[in-house]
Design a protein around this ligand. Structure first.
Ligand code: SF4
Length: 446
């Protein structure tokens, strides 16, 4: 609850789920120190803008958000991905009070202290803060970041140069945070990082302690321990390493959600090589078949880039053939756009014209829509578990185990107004389209 005498912070969070986790950490700390979070620029003593710098459009959005905060409030602290390039920000907005990069929580908190000092008499025992901190996501799910940075050098990506090499958090710390979130009512954890599959590689899978026993800082061990907390655990951004196969038994056993978010980016070996990505598509197709044989309920989500420099019609056809064969459940597709600083810009390859990119994107999406729809229609008549996100006058809206928030589909339960966000219920699927499902509660949940 807001107290007029407490110092007040406004917060604008832009960008991806990973940036959201950074925001949550900063907010948790400030709240612990007695700051109030306010929604209006007018009410804030200072405004923090957590920026995104992944693509040029996101950079512009960040600069606009900073400009708006300066106009409306005047005292603005900038952090996040775009903060890595302080000069670019100061050039446009010289009045910002402080600029820090991603994960630099201490600098942000220090800057807030400098411009709006905390109330000295703040008593953390009186000013109650929920143990999981202040969440920007709904209370029943939370993003948990396990590492920062990436050791790969995909030629279209600037993340390694912006966020540096892989740095994994110790597994004991990660599991403690997961346990705290579960205790605070979180029902679904979304594990994120730039390269979740590489977790622990930088520490040589160092042993750490959790719950009185040693656990290796490694993805399988972490996922297994997290799965024992009794909540949904969803892993995001798995690079197609061979050891990803070790996660499938955990999915088959029901310890973690049977959901594999594995960006393949392309299927033509020639384009993958130019992208500096691994894998031959034959090998991937065989692995997909093996994953499905071991865990028939698995949902495979992937993303692809069309129009990468030098991509020919033949390469693109190879990608369509792959999709036809792979029958992936969910697919995201981006048209390649040259990000400033990405190594692909220096490959000297012929650009694919915009109209061809657009056509290829449409062809891919049309094919995938048919595939996704057929896979969704197969679910009619099945009984599925649904986590409820929202309840309105007409019914409830939630997600199945196959749906991650914001990026996948929803499950609509008409008339189920008695439910609460965070409930996990069983429903029979009665209708479907390429993205969403419609269901009816089974009798036990009525
Ligand atoms: S693995 Fe992901 S984060 Fe790392 S360089 Fe490739 S695209 Fe970028």
């Amino acid at each position: 609850m807001s107290n007029k005498e407490n110092p007040r912070v406004g917060f604008v969070s832009l960008g991806c789920p990973k940036a959201l986790v950074d925001s949550e950490r900063i907010l948790t700390q400030l709240k612990l120190e007695g700051y109030d979070l306010v929604n209006r620029y007018d009410d804030a003593d200072v405004v923090v803008v957590n920026t995104c710098g992944f693509i040029d459009a996101a950079k512009q959005e960040s600069l606009d958000a900073i400009g708006e905060a300066i106009n409306e409030n005047g005292k603005v602290i900038v952090t996040g991905c775009m903060g890595a390039d302080a000069e670019a920000i100061r050039e446009v907005h010289p009045q910002v009070l402080s600029v820090s990069g991603p994960e630099q929580y201490e600098q942000v908190v220090e800057a807030v202290h400098e411009w709006v000092p905390p109330k000295t008499e703040h008593d953390p025992f009186v000013d109650l803060v929920p143990p999981q901190g202040v969440k920007l996501t709904p209370r029943h799910y939370a993003y948990l970041k396990i590492s920062e940075g990436c050791n790969h050098s995909c030629s279209f990506c600037i993340i390694p140069s912006m966020r540096g090499k892989l740095v994994s958090r110790p597994v004991g710390e990660v599991l403690k945070e997961a346990e705290g979130l579960a205790r605070a009512g979180v029902k679904e954890l979304l594990v994120v990082s730039q390269d979740t599959g590489a977790y622990g590689l930088d520490t040589r899978y160092k042993l750490d302690m959790w719950d009185g026993r040693p656990v290796k800082t490694r993805l399988r061990e972490m996922a297994e321990a997290m799965g024992k907390l009794g909540i949904w655990v969803r892993l995001h951004y798995l690079y197609p390493y061979p050891h990803i196969d070790d996660l499938i038994p955990l999915m088959a056993e029901g310890l973690i959600l049977p959901y594999l978010d594995i960006p393949f980016q392309h299927a033509s070996p020639r384009v993958l090589k130019l992208m500096k990505r691994p894998a031959s598509s034959d090998n991937i197709l065989q692995r997909i078949a093996d994953w499905r044989a071991q865990c028939p309920s698995i949902t495979i989500r992937s993303t692809f880039i069309v129009g990468f420099p030098g991509e020919t019609e033949e390469d693109f056809q190879e990608l369509l053939d792959f999709l036809e064969e792979a029958q992936l459940d969910r697919v995201g597709c981006f048209q390649y756009s040259p990000v400033e600083g990405a190594p692909a810009n220096d490959l000297g390859l012929e650009e694919v014209p915009d109209e061809i990119k657009q056509q290829r994107w449409e062809r891919l999406m049309e094919l995938q829509q048919q595939i996704s729809e057929a896979r969704q229609l197969d679910k009619i008549g099945q009984t599925i578990e649904v986590i409820i996100d929202e309840v309105g006058d007409d019914g409830a809206c939630g997600r199945s185990k196959a749906d991650s928030p914001d990026i996948d589909g929803n499950v609509y339960l008409e008339g189920a107004t008695q439910l609460q966000p965070g409930d996990i219920v069983k429903a029979v699927v009665i209708d479907a389209d390429a993205y969403d499902l419609w269901g009816e509660l089974t009798e036990s949940d009525d």
